[in-house]
Design a protein around this ligand. Structure first.
Ligand SMILES: [Ca+2]
Length: 234
């Protein structure tokens, strides 16, 4: 049944706004477990006023949403990051080439966005990973999501970056379950990588934890290795 625009707004407004460090059960407003959903990231290009504020220009921001999967022993067992990353640099990090799906298709990335929103927040996600927990192999214990900037800007300059979990498809948001706003903060200066959050098994269920930690990495391979070490026993 199609929802009216008011019903859609109400459902989106019911979403949990996460704060750093918060952990939640993955449940819909009906109380049912959330098993098939999207993890989307929405960010803005950098708008600068020119000519005494009479006009403005937007600098594209090319963030990449990636994920590392850790198994029940804490070891890295799979990944999603762009196939466009330099394979020889990845190999020097001991890492395989990038790909856009993981865990036998339980996770799928919908593709690259190289600009961010121009002209303000459009409310739509720029990159999305679809998740089907029912297809997740039993050896996968955690999925950690992070962002890397391919450009020179740092996270103190990017006007907004948000991660959210929602039911529906990347182009049709039905119910936003939770969102986490990684605001532009002065302490993010010089940081071009950001650990967003993680899905993790808790008994027979899955939870999500908001992280929001910038890191000093300049290449995705550094973040992959960092995540696999830092969250190994998380
Ligand atoms: Ca957007």
């Amino acid at each position: 049944m199609a929802l009216s625009s008011e019903q859609q707004r109400n459902r989106i407004n019911m979403a949990i706004n996460l704060v750093k460090g918060q952990k939640i059960d993955l449940r819909k407003s009906s109380g049912a477990s959330l098993t098939s959903f999207c993890v989307g990231v929405n960010w803005g290009g950098i708008t600068k006023s020119t000519f005494f504020g009479f006009s403005s220009t937007t600098t594209d921001v090319d963030l990449d949403l990636s994920a590392v999967l850790l198994d029940t022993a804490g070891n890295r067992c799979d990944h999603i990051y762009s196939p466009l990353y330099n394979t020889s640099i990845l190999a020097k990090c001991g890492l395989p080439p990038g790909k856009l799906d993981a865990a036998n298709g339980a996770l799928r990335h919908t593709g690259d966005d190289r600009t961010g929103d121009a002209g303000g927040d459009d409310g739509m996600d720029n990159e999305t990973i679809t998740v089907d927990l029912n297809r997740m192999p039993s050896n996968v214990a955690q999925v950690i999501f992070f962002l890397n900037n391919c450009g020179e800007e740092d996270f103190s300059m990017i006007p907004y970056a948000k991660i959210r979990m929602f039911e529906g498809t990347p182009s049709n948001v039905r119910e936003v379950v939770a969102s986490y706003n990684v605001a532009a903060e002065p302490q993010f200066r010089g940081r071009r990588a950001m650990i967003l959050g993680r899905l993790y098994r808790h008994g027979t269920a899955w939870k999500f934890g908001a992280i929001g930690e910038p890191t000093p990495d300049i290449f995705v391979g550094q973040t992959v290795l960092r995540v696999a070490t830092d969250y190994r026993t998380a």
